[in-house]
Design a protein around this ligand. Structure first.
Ligand SMILES: [Fe+2]
Length: 311
């Protein structure tokens, strides 16, 4: 019992005892104390009950909000974006990453040394025009080609929902297999989704159609894992930040795409949001773990983007 409760208890006991007949004796006094003690316990319970209820309600609300935030974020990617991950994210070096930038730098024939010095690990985005020169992917990649490629390696479909559905209008695309086997009618309606290939057979076949970007020097480790993003929905990926810890390159194989880059909150006072449109053949180098990013497919084109991370 707290100090204030004890004082109240004593005060009530004294008042009650004063009201008792002088000859009430010890039994009456004990009964009075018992009655007051029970009264105080009931009071405390009445105080505690609303707090317990509110605590449960607050936890339920927080849980529902967190779940809604998780579902609305890109699980890529999206993860993709939980509050805890955002809280744990390492702050960016704003001066090297984006201070003074008003547009995404563009290079047409960048050397590996220059890329390593200025862009690879600074967080500074870079658009390399015609970066996919010589890639056969441009002549071959299509929805059907990518579907058939995966059909030749059924284990690439994995188990469970290994697809990252980032088009909010297409929640029925639950698995990569579903997404790559849409009906003709369904494909005429907007869709957009992405996934990471971890299948060795698919990876080996893909090597016949694309190369390591020419400006990635030998000191840059380049894992053999490819990201695909395909679709026609004008609004592609919603604004989000990733938690892969590695920068990436994103090669535009087909279609045109607009990227919106938003600096993280710690850089907002010295950095500006950026926007860049990329064409087939362009490679956008961006650290999606430092830049919030959203994408739009332009001019109703069918967009195919192939990407990877490096470290
Ligand atoms: Fe992303």
């Amino acid at each position: 019992m707290s100090g204030s409760n004890t004082e109240a208890f004593c005060s009530e006991v004294e008042q009650l005892l004063a009201s008792l007949p002088k000859d009430g004796g010890l039994i009456c006094q004990a009964a009075a104390r018992q009655m007051l003690a029970e009264k105080l316990v009931r009071k405390q319970r009445n105080l505690q009950m609303p707090i317990g209820v509110w605590t449960v309600l607050a936890l339920l609300t927080a849980g529902l909000l967190a779940r809604a935030a998780y579902r609305s974020s890109s699980p890529t990617c999206l993860l993709s974006g939980t509050w805890l991950q955002e809280i744990a994210r390492q702050p960016s070096n704003c001066s090297s990453m984006c201070a003074g930038l008003t547009s995404v730098p563009v290079e047409t024939d960048i050397s590996p040394e220059r890329f390593l010095q200025l862009y690879a690990y600074t967080g500074r985005p870079l658009l390399v025009r015609n970066g996919t020169r010589g890639w056969r992917a441009h002549q071959h990649f299509s929805y059907e080609f990518i579907r058939d490629l995966h059909d030749r390696h059924p284990s690439a479909y994995g188990h469970g929902p290994n697809i990252k559905v980032i088009d909010p209008f297409n929640v029925e695309l639950a698995t990569l297999h579903d997404a790559l086997h849409m009906s003709e009618e369904r494909r005429r309606r907007p869709f957009y989704f992405g996934w990471k290939n971890l299948n060795r057979g698919v990876c080996l076949e893909l090597m016949n159609y694309h190369e390591r970007p020419y400006y990635l020097g030998p000191e840059i480790e380049h894992p053999a894992a490819d990201w695909f993003y395909i679709g026609s929905a004008s609004r592609a990926a919603l604004l989000h930040i990733d938690f892969f810890y590695r920068p990436s390159w994103q090669a535009q194989i087909a279609g045109r795409k607009r990227w919106i880059l938003q600096p993280p909150v710690e850089c907002e006072s010295v950095c500006s949001p950026l926007q860049v449109d990329i064409e087939p053949g362009d490679i956008l180098n961006v650290d999606p773990n430092q830049w919030y990013h959203a994408t739009y497919v332009l001019n109703e084109t069918f967009s195919i983007t192939l990407g990877s991370e490096f470290m």
